[in-house]
Design a protein around this ligand. Sequence first.
Ligand SMILES: Cc1ncc(COP(=O)(O)O)c(C=O)c1O
Length: 438
Amino acid sequence: MKNTPIPSQIVQDKFKESGLSSIGGASIREIKRLIDTIEQASEVEFVRMEMGIPGLPPSKIGTEAQIAALQNGVAAKYPDIQGIPQLKQQISSFVKNFMNVDVNPASCLPTVGSMQGGFASFLTLSRIHKERDTTLFIDPGFPVHMQQHKVLNLKYESFDVYNFRGEKLREKLESYFSKGNIHSVLYSNPNNPSWICFTEKELQIIGELANKYDVVIMEDLAYFGMDFRRDLSKPGQPPYQFSVANYTDNYILFISSSKAFSYAGERIGMMVISDALFNRRFPDLKRFYGNDLFGHTMVFGTLYPLSSGTSHSAQYALTALLEAANSGSLNFVEEVKIYGEKAAIMKKLFTDNGFSIVYDMDEDQPIADGFYFTYSYPGFSGVDLLEKMIYYGISAISLDITGSERHEGIRACTSLIRMDQMDALEERLKLFHEHHKQ
Ligand SMILES: Cc1ncc(COP(=O)(O)O)c(C=O)c1O
């Protein structure tokens, strides 16, 4: 072993103590804990790129509204499960202003993070057609969605979209839909972990096929507005966040407040169901619920037994944040642009030192700089590379746990690295390259 920024004995000892069978195959939280112990023992600060947590303070608009709501006593009162009326109105205005999509306030629901929006949707959608029992993931994806399927004992199929961009996506999706077992599809856009964004053409293909095969599309907009190649920050003005909602009425949108509004700690997200789906009857739902109306079932059949609604005070916070965004007084996109600026610098440091970006294109356009990017180094699997880079004080996660078929890949998150750490990153990447170039 060459001389590395982190003494190899420390890495090996801490790895042994961790009880993990491999570093590269560990979950995000396991890696976080291991790196915490290595940092402590070595007294060397890591460049930490493993966890996708917001690295910015929350907007005061949210916290002040939440404090005021608490002082007004909302903590003592159960919130309505479908959400407070003023929040529902603001969500509806938000999707109109930033997506140019029309949805009634009734079809806009707060959830305990997008995480719960997904859980509730998987549960409900798996019961709308008795002859269909499978969700299709367009991967790579967020590992916790797979975990949710596992704990719910629900079936899913998946494919890596890497080789099926553009028109190729049509045939690939049809090969699944035509089997007749798929009730819904899930993808994130921009994508966690790869940061690819579907083009309008691809979203149109997804929407057309949703109509043709009557499949519900779950569009996870956890990184809403964060395709910084286009200025999506102006309410009521194009360009808008691209969405499948422009091409089908068969959709559910998950809009997280965690990244766009740096409000992850309060666990509040938005579920937006198209009016057509919200008001549609599925007689097969009656096998499990007292009602066959989709929207009613989602609220009173699924969200009610899950958590009986979303934190009352957080709903006031989100109302205030959306109100400010809708009126143009809060430019939420500008506030998070720093992630893209850091990504641009980091990607250059990686590619200057022998690394490649794994998911690098949206059809004919280079991907945006944003919250995540993916990289590889010649001759290494992702799992081995991840492990090796720990000796150089750089931590991330392997793409293996995301449904990606690019087994050489690693996901880097740009949120926690500080601008003043870029020199350290450069030095460490240079040293790694010196030690490993062929
Ligand atoms: C793609 C994706 N979906 C959902 C979530 C969860 O969002 P929330 O914090 O709103 O539950 C995340 C968080 O990292 C994510 O990356």
